[in-house]
Design a protein around this ligand. Structure first.
Ligand code: FES
Length: 109
């Protein structure tokens, strides 16, 4: 079993109020910086083939630029139509100035 904890980048690479996508194995995840706290979800919108890291992050809500659906990045919950299916979240760990994710855990774990 590979180690589920993956180091993504230094915290400085994701400034406050921004998002960035990362390939982890065969998944692409988006990491968001909300007021200095980091959150991670699947990068692909649950409504269609759009990259949420390219969306608009306002506080803890990411808006998809394709049809303007939106999700809460802390819980993955869909908060704006036409998105109704929640995003999977991943547990983020900040350690030694790096952003890491535990791919086996959700934000709620
Ligand atoms: S693809 Fe994201 S709202 Fe439609």
């Amino acid at each position: 079993m590979p180690d589920p904890i993956v180091t993504l980048c230094p915290t400085s690479e994701i400034p406050e109020g921004s998002a960035k996508s990362f390939e982890v194995g065969n998944l692409t995840i988006a990491v968001y910086n909300v007021g200095g706290q980091f959150y991670a979800t699947d990068n692909e919108c649950t409504h269609g083939a759009a990259s949420l890291a390219d969306g608009i992050l306002e506080d803890d809500v990411i808006e998809c630029t394709l049809h303007y659906g939106a999700f809460n990045v802390k819980t993955g919950e869909a908060v704006q139509a036409p998105c109704f299916t929640a995003l999977r979240t991943y547990k983020v760990i900040v350690e030694g100035g790096d952003v890491k994710v535990d791919m086996d855990k959700t934000a709620a774990d």
